[in-house]
Design a protein around this ligand. Sequence first.
Ligand code: FAD
Ligand code: NAI
Length: 488
Amino acid sequence: MAYDLIVIGSGPGGYVCAVRAAQLGLKTAIVEKEKTLGGTCLNIGCIPSKALLQASEHFHEVGHGMAAFGVIVDPPKLDHKALMKHKDDVVSANVNGVAFLMKKNKVDVHQGLGAITGKGQVTVTAAGGETKVLETKSIVIATGSESAMLPGVVVDEKQVVTSTGALSLEKVPGKLLVIGAGVIGLELGSAWGRLGAKVEVVEFLDRILPGMDGEVAKQMQRTLEKQGFTFNLSSKVTKAETGKIGVETSYQPGAGGFLLPQDSSGRDGVKVTFEPVAGGEAKTIEADVVLVATGRRPNTAGLNLDAMKIATERGRVIIDGHFRTNIEAVYAIGDVVRGPMLAHKAEDEGVAVAELIAGKAGHVNYDVIPAVVYTQPEVASVGKTEEELKEAGVAYVVGKFPFTANGRARAMRHTDGFVKFLADAKTDRVLGAHIVGFGAGEMIHEIAVLMEFGGSSEDLARTCHAHPTMSEAVKEAAMGVEKRSIHI
Ligand code: FAD
Ligand code: NAI
């Protein structure tokens, strides 16, 4: 059967591309190697992690945050099975929703590993080994990414886990050691921390949340420390060994592992050795579970890229401004190409490439891609950071407003954080904005729209905001660019 378009990979990039292509009248198929559609995001990423974060937030809030409102409750108990069921149900509802969308839009789904085996040809190999060859005019590679591994650290997804194992731990770990203070480390560290785990983080850089505005990262580090996180910055893990912990051992780094005492009554765990990046004394700590969260790498396994001479750079498929690879009619989008590894970026690329293939003018504005870290408080960011503006030599003005001065935030006892605007010193055009605060991930979008329209801080400052809302802090921060905030 001949298609107009075959999309390989059914994550947010792939399935959104398929739907848009079908809307535009292209005969479309999608190839997915896993049993369920939706990719990393729906199965083992955004969606299950947010289900855990939400549940753990309720648990923590009921346990710690109610008395101040005059609501006295018994300490909450955790039903681990119900917690996991909630997460699994949310995943099922979402992946079934994608299957429904494929049917509704008449997109054929082929289950199996997709490989590009010739011009306009995709070979699908099912789990049982059967193959079928599909013909198509265009191909979109949307095969996403997978967790990056760390030398000296063997992942078993039980005690030494990637984000995938961390979403399905059998019980709350007494101690969770997180390697990497990026988005996954802080989100999943928060989820288990709120349920009772002691969270310790080892981070290679001298700061957390690399790539985000420095002031935001500092504030979040302080906040997370207050929540019980311990950070070891400028440190690198050299070894993680599973064995018994909680017992005296004659462990000696470099001596080939740790020796258990004859009469061991310890519990299963992991010993992690790390040392300062600049050199110095190594330290070993014990943890029940270790989460490796040191980034993700593009996934191109099985695609047959080398034989097809499809060019890659450091694992990522190289594309031009129209998502074209170096081979005619083969496109690529999402985590497997350059840019931030974010679901909404993949989705927007999916729409744009489908439109381009259908002869329309698809486009993604990479200057306005919001990013949200779903900790509590949340971190949300769009556009340039202060560090990026300094490095580019752009003259800018800062407008800032703290949630401590916002009435609604006080009423909700969510006064942690601030809104920060960065506007061009000459034109007042908004170049970036950063929010730490409850609901930051929702509030950021009015600034994204403003930036998409090339708006100024004054445009936002003159837009009436409902009272009392957290969003009034956004307006006040915009007013702060011209030093005319009212409530500070
Ligand atoms: P993917 O979602 O990775 O999908 C690729 C699909 O291709 C997979 O289903 C894979 O099985 C399939 N595939 C691969 N090779 C083949 C092949 N040869 N043949 C057939 N099928 C193949 N991003 C956010 O924006 N917000 C979040 O809150 C967020 N949370 C996250 C939490 C976690 C724990 C993780 C791990 C990631 C999170 N992300 C989040 C990142 C987000 O999941 C990715 O950016 C997004 O899924 C990328 O979409 P994609 O379509 O490019 O690839
Ligand atoms: P990341 O790139 O955000 O963070 C990885 C961290 O690990 C960095 O701080 C890095 O310096 C550190 N690191 C690397 N090697 C190390 C080592 N040997 N020892 C100690 N630290 C080391 O990657 P992360 O958190 O794994 O997430 C992967 C991707 O998934 C991100 O790019 C992100 O975009 C996406 N994601 C997005 C979410 C969201 O939008 N809310 C949530 C979760 C993931």
